[in-house]
Design a protein around this ligand. Structure first.
Ligand code: HEC
Length: 171
């Protein structure tokens, strides 16, 4: 047993020595490094340019009936609390209510002092900003955190929570 252990140490030692002394032909090393580099390149190109970054937005159109608009208002102000973030809050008042003129226009700042990795200002989500978004793109942003251009939204926008809901509550 002991002899076996010595033997395996010896083999390992010899192997290391061979590499250190460059006894392994340089072309083998080049081939291995080349294969590793190529694999790295293929994966990077795939991730950066070839693989789709997000699913396409669903093809939905939400009818703008008075009832649906009222339902959306109820969700945005009282259930999903979109307007608590997408508005500037007046913290000089109890509970920091959103300033009425800013509701939907965004502008609230969330900074590093809250433990975030940077500074975030909630974007405008009135029709002035989202007017050219399709209903499907807005839906995708709410439940998947993907912007119109296909970029990821920072999860301060609570899509990880909204995605837990049955999507039909939004449409
Ligand atoms: C906790 C705060 C918060 C709440 C609640 C919230 N959002 Fe957001 N939302 C954000 C932030 C912050 C961003 C910007 C994220 C980024 O820039 O990566 C954002 C981004 C968005 C965007 C993308 C806008 C753009 O121009 O790219 C849309 C659309 C949006 N929110 C809609 C909603 C809707 C609808 C609701 C409610 C169902 C909601 N948000 C609730 C904080 C919030």
């Amino acid at each position: 047993m002991r002899a076996l252990i010595y033997k395996s140490f010896e083999t390992g030692y010899n192997l290391t020595l061979n590499v250190l002394l460059m006894k392994i032909p340089i072309r083998y090393i080049t081939i291995v490094v080349g294969i590793l580099l190529l694999t790295f390149l293929i994966i990077t190109i795939n991730l950066a340019f070839i693989l789709p970054k997000a699913d396409p937005p669903p093809d939905i159109v939400i009818e703008l009936t008075e009832e649906r608009i009222e339902y959306g208002r109820y969700l945005a102000n009282h259930v999903m609390l979109c307007m608590d973030c997408h508005a500037v809050r007046d913290f000089s008042l109890f509970g920091g209510p959103p300033i009425p003129e800013s509701i939907g226009a965004g502008g609230e700042r969330f900074g590093r002092e809250m433990g975030l990795p940077g500074e975030f200002v909630t974007p405008n989500m009135t029709t002035a900003a989202l007017g050219d978004w399709t209903d499907g793109e807005i839906f995708r942003a709410i439940v998947s955190g993907v912007s119109k251009e296909g970029k990821a939204l920072f999860p301060l926008m609570p899509y990880p929570h909204y995605s837990q809901l049955d999507g039909s509550v939004f449409i």
